[in-house]
Write a protein that binds this ligand. Structure first.
Ligand code: GLY
Length: 564
């Protein structure tokens, strides 16, 4: 594909020698006979495995993990946010649950613009006005009603204990708690459990009394313990303390929704992922279709042509995303057109891999009839083969930075995931338009991509990640790492990553992604590379032919696999 030049020939020659060398993994491969849980925090992973060992199924474990993460992983685990769950039952039933936050009833299209029509971005990022109506508790309640097998109280109890008795924080957490202190103080003048006079250090015990009381109300009253009564009063009072607009009615009206998942084929693998209001499943499917005809396995992992094919696909799919994706309850999303394999492959067949296509020359596809970081993921498989892939978020790290006074949990800043103004990038640099404009009761577009893969009718992989706009491309790479490049689950998440999202027109690269000679070759042909820190924190479970669950927990964080 690539025109031959001296540097390219030298790079090929040098790289051929390392063809068979596998990516270094961050931690050793782990395999479990029965059930496995991979989350962003060791305590949460253990909570999930305890539930599985007690006879709970993957959904039971997912609920217990969700509440545990709200305690032990406050920068993304949450009661005050939302998320998506993709499910595959042991006999092949697939389903997906949307518990994404919604714009409050008093929200309006221009609520984050000043009188001259310019975005006041801080308003959608910090403080009470940044929050959408939380969906997490309603989501867990729905999941339990449909698939739960052990009592709700038993599933919330581990989180209550962790909040009431406290847990030892990790080194990474201590650093973050200290770095965010000034911001936490600014948005929580009445204090919060996370704010203390002395510096946090690894091993300190973090107790959250108010949060434990909120969790007790949820354990005893189910969703009403959050959306009505004392907790709802605390939320509405917190709104009035700042400039927030979430009302009692918004809370009472909130409903999680079961949606038909995105289901498509990549070669002979069935891909099951999240439909809109996440862009994740549609974009992932379109990316896989776009690269399907290229000999990626032959070219090799992060080799020159592989990177070019993936980046050119990403550039086009993210342009489509910006125009066509939004909440399907408000906007007719052309899902079938966006996931049309023939369309995606024909489009790619006209793309030259010899030179970068400038992003300015790439426009979203036109379909007749249409107008137009901090998140966390976990993967669970139980002993029977039921699988849950769940991504949940309060959007930025520590969300809006507002802890609901009296109730002890953080509120999201998910309103920033709307297109605040067409052409104005959000905190992830993503653009959007009418499809994702703010409307009361609408869900903001997401990139979360909880995904399950099936091979010949059998469960093959359960994968997902946080990372804002990079979520889709991280899941895309992890899937290819296993299916095309033969990596183990651990290697697939440890492998260095890169990312392109149409605009800005750069390939973000982790320090170890794409070897230096390939970088030179790409740069010569018009690709702009931007070095950046860690991309994503992927959690992956791969089911081996012998039925064992091989796990991959991302070493970029404190993430841990557990199982039995
Ligand atoms: N808040 C990140 C996402 O939903 O994509």
């Amino acid at each position: 594909m690539k025109k031959p030049n001296l540097i390219y020939i030298v790079s090929l020659f040098l790289l051929l020698g390392s063809c068979s060398v596998k990516q270094q993994s961050g931690t050793a491969v782990q395999e479990f006979e029965h059930g496995a849980v991979v989350t962003a925090h060791p305590i949460a992973s253990n909570v999930g495995v305890d539930i599985l060992k007690k006879g709970g199924n993957a959904i039971d474990a997912a609920i217990a993990v969700k509440f545990a993460l709200a305690v032990v992983y406050p920068n993304a685990g949450n009661l005050g946010g939302g998320g998506f769950l993709v499910y595959r039952g042991k006999d092949g039933e697939v389903n997906s649950l949307d518990f994404r936050e919604k714009a409050p009833g008093a929200a309006s299209r221009d609520m984050y613009l000043d009188k001259d029509g310019n975005p006041i971005t801080d308003l959608s990022l910090y403080g009470q006005l940044a929050s959408g109506v939380p969906g997490s508790v309603a989501g867990m309640d729905e999941a339990h009603k449909k698939y739960g097998s052990i009592s709700w109280k038993e599933l919330v109890q581990p989180a209550i204990d962790l909040a009431a008795k406290g847990f030892e924080i990790t080194d990474q957490q201590a650093g973050e708690f200290n770095r965010y202190k000034a911001r936490f103080q600014k948005f929580n003048p009445n204090g919060a459990a996370i704010i203390q006079d002395k510096e946090w250090k690894a091993g300190d015990v973090f107790v959250q009394k108010e949060l434990s009381e909120t969790l007790i109300r949820i354990a005893e009253q189910g969703r009403d313990g959050f959306y009505k009564g004392k907790t709802a009063d605390y939320i509405v009072t917190e709104m009035k303390r700042g400039n927030g607009i979430i009302s009692h009615k918004d809370l009472e009206d909130y409903q999680a929704v079961w949606r038909a998942p995105i289901v498509g084929m990549y070669k002979n693998y069935k891909v099951i992922s999240m439909p809109p209001p996440s862009s994740g499943g549609v974009a992932l499917m379109a990316l896989l279709q776009s690269v399907e005809k290229y000999p990626l396995a032959k070219w090799g992992f992060q080799k020159d042509s592989t990177v070019r094919a993936m980046v050119e696909a990403e550039r086009r799919i993210y342009a489509d995303r910006a125009t066509h994706l939004g909440d399907p309850d408000f906007y007719r999303v052309p899902v079938a057109n966006l996931m049309d394999a023939k369309f995606n492959q024909e489009r790619m067949s006209k793309v030259s891999l010899a030179k970068a296509t400038p992003s300015d020359a790439v426009k979203a596809a036109k379909f007749p009839g249409y107008e137009s970081e901090q998140t966390t993921h976990y993967s669970i498989v139980d002993k029977d083969g039921n699988a849950v892939s769940l991504t949940t978020t309060i959007n930025g790290s520590y969300g809006s930075c507002v802890w609901v006074d009296g109730a002890g949990f953080l509120l999201n800043n998910e309103m920033d995931d709307f297109s605040v103004k067409p052409g104005t990038p959000n905190m992830y640099g993503l653009l959007g338009g009418k499809a994702n404009s703010i409307e009361p009761g609408k869900r903001m577009l997401s990139a979360m991509t909880p995904t399950i893969i099936e091979e010949n009718g059998k469960l093959k992989m359960v994968v997902g990640t946080p990372g804002g706009s990079t979520i889709i491309t991280s899941v895309f790479q992890t899937i290819l790492n296993v299916l095309e490049f033969g990596m183990t689950a651990q290697e697939s998440v440890s492998a260095a990553r890169f990312h392109h999202q149409w605009k800005p027109d750069v390939i973000d690269v982790e320090a170890k992604a794409i070897d230096s000679l390939t970088r030179v070759s790409l740069t010569e042909d018009g690709y702009k590379l931007n070095k950046r820190g860690p991309i994503g924190r992927v959690e992956n479970i791969v089911i081996l032919p012998n039925g064992k669950k091989q796990t991959g927990a991302d070493h970029r964080g404190d993430d841990k696999a557990a199982g039995y």
